[in-house]
Structures are given as C-alpha cells and as structure tokens.
Design a binder for this molecule. Structure first.
Ligand code: FDA
Length: 301
C-alpha cells in the first residue's frame, strides 16, 4: 500500500456514507438472506463453501442480544430449509452481549449452538479486538465441551499470545480459523511489523497442523498461501484436513487457483443492514481502495 493510500485510508470515516456504500458493495452480499443465499449458490457452482455472517456487532441491551440470538437461530433454520450447500455461520460475541455480561453471552451461544447441533451445522466464533480475546476463548472453552465438533474459534497471528493459545487449544480436537488479525493493537501485546506477523502466522499454522487441528487458513496473502501449501505437503495432509478461507469480494483469481488445485475453500459472506463498520475495515485494508474513494469524492465535489 502506498503512503498516499495509507494516509487516505485513515481519512475514510470522513467520507460521506453514500460514497463509501458504493465501494463497500463488493464486500457485502446484500441486505437480505435471499441476497446471501444467491451468493452462496453461485459460490457453490464455482466449487467454494461459505460461512454466513449477519452484519452487526456491539449490542448493549438484553433486547438487542435477544434479537441477535433469534436472527442466528432463524438463519440456521433457513440455511437448512433452503439446503444451502456446505454453509456454516460466523458470529461475533459482542453482538451477543460479551461486553455486557459473560453469562448472558454464554447463554445466547448455547441457544444458537443447540439449533446448529440439531441441524448438523457449525458455528465459527469470529475474533474481535484484544479486549475480547480472553473472554471469547473462555466461552469457547465451555462450549467446546458441551457441543463437541460444532464450534470453533479464530486466532490472530498479530497477537503475541497466539502461539501459546494455539498450543493450549490444540491439546484437544480443534477446528480453528487462523488469520492475521484486523484490529490494530498496541505493541505491548501485538506484533506491528508485517513480516513478523507473517512469520508468526506460519509458525502458529505449523504448530496447529502438527498437533492435528483442522485449520481454516484465512488469508489472501500469496506468501502465506505458499507457506501453507508447503506445510500441507510436508505433513502429507489430505484435502479434507484443512481449508483455505477468503473474504467475499477479495481476490477471486486466487480463490479459483486454489479450488482448481483441489483445495477446499470457504468464502466469508456478510449480509445485512449494518454494513458500515465491516466495510470500513475492508476498505482500509484494500491497497487501492482509499485512492478510488477519494477520486470519486473529488469527482462528486
Ligand atoms: P493482506 O492484508 O496483506 O492482503 C493480502 C492481499 O490481499 C493484498 O495485497 C490485496 O491484494 C488483497 N486484499 C486484502 N484485503 C483486501 C481488501 N479488503 N480489498 C481488496 N484486496 C484485498 N480478522 C480478525 O481480526 N478476526 C476475524 O475473525 C477475522 N475473520 C476473517 C475471516 C476470513 C475468511 C478472512 C479471509 C479474514 C478474516 N479476518 C479476521 C481478517 C484478517 O485478519 C485480515 O485482516 C485480512 O484477511 C487481510 O489480511 P491478509 O492475510 O489477506 O493479508
């Protein structure tokens, strides 16, 4: 990313929402379940699996949490009724009251997981900023015993604690997503050098695979994809022992290359009305988008 793009990315929150929305469209399936279902079917035709995310985070009240639980329970039912192929669901615990009361969040997850288990499906717990890491892993620790094989966490290579977390979590059967981590964290707890984040991603991945974990390798970074392929080959893993994961709207060519080479690949498909926070994160990490957005802004002015 050029210095100019980096500087412009910081100014994104000042851009009028209608302009941002125009650029955010590529990352979001639409506002309704039907939009997401259409995308999932089209991905399936291309050989990809999906994980659905209802946009929205940080619920503060019991009523909001209740609405989120209901939305996720309904989503699992619709995925089942509509027979969406190879589709699971990703949830954010702050939408389920993590920062309000852990017991409330645990109860919410139990209800979602009861439905997911009944329908033979799986819940991925997205990882949010570092204030959520310990409580999220604690809740996962409880849920994995109650719903074995139905729930998995996310680890972020950016965090200094992640290698320890990976070793501890993989002492039991584990289905985990590994990503770099999108939230900017202080140097005291996170690596800030992109090269070290990459090196840590590879090290954590190696440790997880050698300990038998099923890993969702979530990256569009071709260097990391290469490292992952190297490890898969070294450990002699068959294609059903790991999967690649990518975000909807990012690097479809790499997606096709990996599927064409016989690897499993799952696409993260967000949909819903609350598009803003998610889109801002995606636009910020697009190496060119800040430039596009600002040029559009000037054309408008
Ligand atoms: P990097 O950001 O270096 O991108 C590599 C290349 O991919 C770029 O050079 C560019 O070509 C392309 N690219 C990346 N992002 C783009 C964009 N937005 N638009 C256009 N091109 C882009 N994080 C987190 O903290 N918690 C979580 O739970 C998750 N969950 C998650 C699920 C899945 C399926 C994925 C793929 C990612 C996440 N992430 C996440 C996000 C992750 O932490 C990370 O921020 C992004 O994947 C970008 O990092 P890369 O590894 O792709 O490298």
């Amino acid at each position: 990313m050029s210095l100019l793009d980096r500087a412009l990315a910081l100014g994104l929150p000042a851009v009028p929402r209608p302009i941002l929305r125009r650029f955010a469209r590529r990352y979001i399936a639409g506002t309704r379940f039907e939009d997401a279902a259409r995308v999932v079917r089209s991905l399936a035709r291309d050989g990809a699996m999906a994980t659905l995310d209802i946009l929205g985070e940080l619920n503060h009240t019991r009523q909001e949490v209740e609405r989120s639980v209901q939305a996720y329970v309904d989503l699992f039912r619709r995925v089942h009724e509509e027979r969406l192929p190879r589709t699971n669901v990703s949830v954010k615990l702050t939408a389920l009251g993590l920062l309000v009361e852990q017991e409330l969040c645990l109860d919410a997850m139990r209800r979602i997981l009861a439905t997911a288990s009944e329908l033979g499906n799986f819940v991925r717990i997205d990882m949010e900023d570092s204030s959520c890491t310990a409580p999220t892993l604690a809740i996962f620790g409880t849920l994995r015993r109650e719903f074995p094989g139905r729930v998995g966490p996310v680890l972020q290579a950016r965090l200094r604690r992640t290698l320890d977390d990976a070793e501890q979590l993989s002492s039991e059967p584990l289905n985990v997503r590994l990503c770099k981590g999108i939230y900017i964290e202080p140097r005291t707890i996170a690596y800030t050098d992109p090269e070290i984040i990459r090196a840590n991603f590879t090290l954590v991945l190696e440790r997880l695979l050698e300990r038998g974990a099923y890993v969702g390798i979530a990256t569009h970074d071709e260097r990391l994809v290469y490292e992952a392929l190297r490890l898969v080959r070294r450990f002699g893993l068959p294609p059903d022992r790991y999967e690649f994961q990518m975000l909807y709207g990012v690097d479809e060519e790499l997606r096709r290359i990996l599927i064409g080479a016989g690897h499993r690949l799952r696409v993260y498909v967000p949909y819903g009305e609350q598009w803003y926070a998610y889109s801002l994160r995606r636009l910020r990490e697009n190496p060119q988008i800040a430039g596009y957005v600002f040029r559009a802004l000037f054309r408008k002015a």
